[in-house]
Write a new protein. Structure first.
Length: 237
């Protein structure tokens, strides 16, 4: 099978069942492969922002990643606003961005752009597939990265020749990656944040108590008075 078919079959095996797409000519083999894999529901969107917004909403409602298929760098640019929203909401989402054939890049076509750099600010994970034999494993990595707690946007860049070249094989699902451990300089031996330890040692720093008042709201006046008494300064009225 070609790279596009291996990619879609891998996405389905990893639990991705919907693809919100605004494709162009570079993604036609991906679109053709959708017909060969009925387990993947393709949803045509008339604007890239609609595709990324729908994928964001799907991920928020189901807790599972959807795919968003975008056309080259300009298509990614049109979808950036909702990819930004997905990143801030920690939504699991796999963005598949088509690109020119690898051998065509040097010709600097009108829609040529630096897709990798455009994707990084809104993505937790970015990779460019370079061979049909590797694209399925890249897709499994993308789903694992998107599904890793607390969730995020994984962007897979798909050159056209990687889609149409034969030699792809589906890859097995991967377990979601665990959250990255917080560095030791940020946490203490018990795992509490360093800022919290400092606040406990110096609760009246800058004239404000360390902990909020009852119910998580504003600190009560008693905490102001206790903090002021420890510093021997007049308490607020």
């Amino acid at each position: 099978m070609n790279g596009a078919q291996a990619l879609i079959r891998t996405l389905v095996a990893c639990g991705v069942e919907a693809c919100f797409a605004n494709p162009g000519t570079s993604e036609m083999h991906f679109v053709a492969a959708l017909d060969a894999v009925p387990q993947m529901r393709g949803v045509l969107c008339l604007f890239e922002g609609t595709a990324t917004g729908a994928a964001d909403g799907y991920g928020r409602m189901t807790g599972r990643p959807a795919a968003a298929l975008l056309h080259l760098g300009p298509g990614l640019g049109n979808g950036l606003a909702n990819l930004h929203n997905a990143r801030r909401a920690r939504t699991p989402l796999v963005a598949v961005v088509g690109d020119h054939a690898t051998y065509h890049k040097r010709l600097d076509a009108p829609l040529e752009s630096d897709i990798d750099s455009l994707a990084r600010p809104v993505s937790a994970w970015v990779r460019r597939s370079l061979r049909a034999a590797d694209v399925a494993a890249d897709a499994a990595d993308a789903v694992a990265a998107a599904s890793a707690p607390p969730g995020g946007v994984a962007t897979l860049i798909l050159p056209a020749d990687v889609s149409w070249t034969e030699g792809g094989e589906p890859a097995p699902p991967l377990a979601p990656r665990p959250p990255h451990p917080v560095p030791g300089e940020v946490t203490g031996p018990g795992g509490e944040p360093a800022a919290q330890r400092r606040a406990v040692r110096h609760p009246a720093r800058r004239g404000r108590p360390a902990a909020p008042g009852p119910g998580g709201g504003q600190p009560d006046r008693g905490s102001h008075r206790r903090a002021a008494a420890r510093r021997d300064v007049p308490c607020p009225p």
